[in-house]
Every structure is written in structure tokens, then in C-alpha cells.
Design a protein around this ligand. Sequence first.
Ligand SMILES: [Zn+2]
Ligand SMILES: [Zn+2]
Length: 93
Amino acid sequence: MSTSTCRCGAEWGGFRTSHCTACHQTFNSDAAGDKHRVGEHHLSAGPNRRRCRTEAEMLDLGMSRNDRGHWITKARIDSVVEGLAELLDEDGF
Ligand SMILES: [Zn+2]
Ligand SMILES: [Zn+2]
């Protein structure tokens, strides 16, 4: 498995792990990385500019860190739970 590094000193490995070169947080998946960005893609200034969420904002969204300190999103887990609920419905529970 290859390991990537950043000038901030972060090291990470794995195919889906991503590191933000703007805020230097490491994300366990593309989904988590996407979730930490907010605003309009084409704006570089103003309240709706494209930027990274702060740590407090990520926590507010329900994101958390795994044991390696990588940010994870709970959204994927939620969708799995929803999928299971649908399966149970189909089975007549
Ligand atoms: Zn960032
Ligand atoms: Zn970095």
C-alpha cells in the first residue's frame, strides 16, 4: 500500500483517503472530503465563496474522526441504515 505525504507533515494511505491541501485535514473518503467543502464553486470571495468548513462546522454536520484522526462522514452509514430499513419493509416486517 502506498503512503502519501503533505508538506504539513500529514501521512496517509489507502485508495479513498484524501488530504485537503487548503486546510490540511485528512479525510477517510471522497464523500467526507466533499462534505467539508462548502459554497459556490465559481466564487472566490464573499459569504458564499468556496471554502473549507471549520472543525466545529464539520462536527455540527455529524462528521467525526476515526482512530487515525481522519475525518469520516456519517452520511454513508445513514444511507446503509435506510437501505436496511427498506429491505426489512420488503420482507414484510
Ligand atoms: Zn479543506
Ligand atoms: Zn497537508
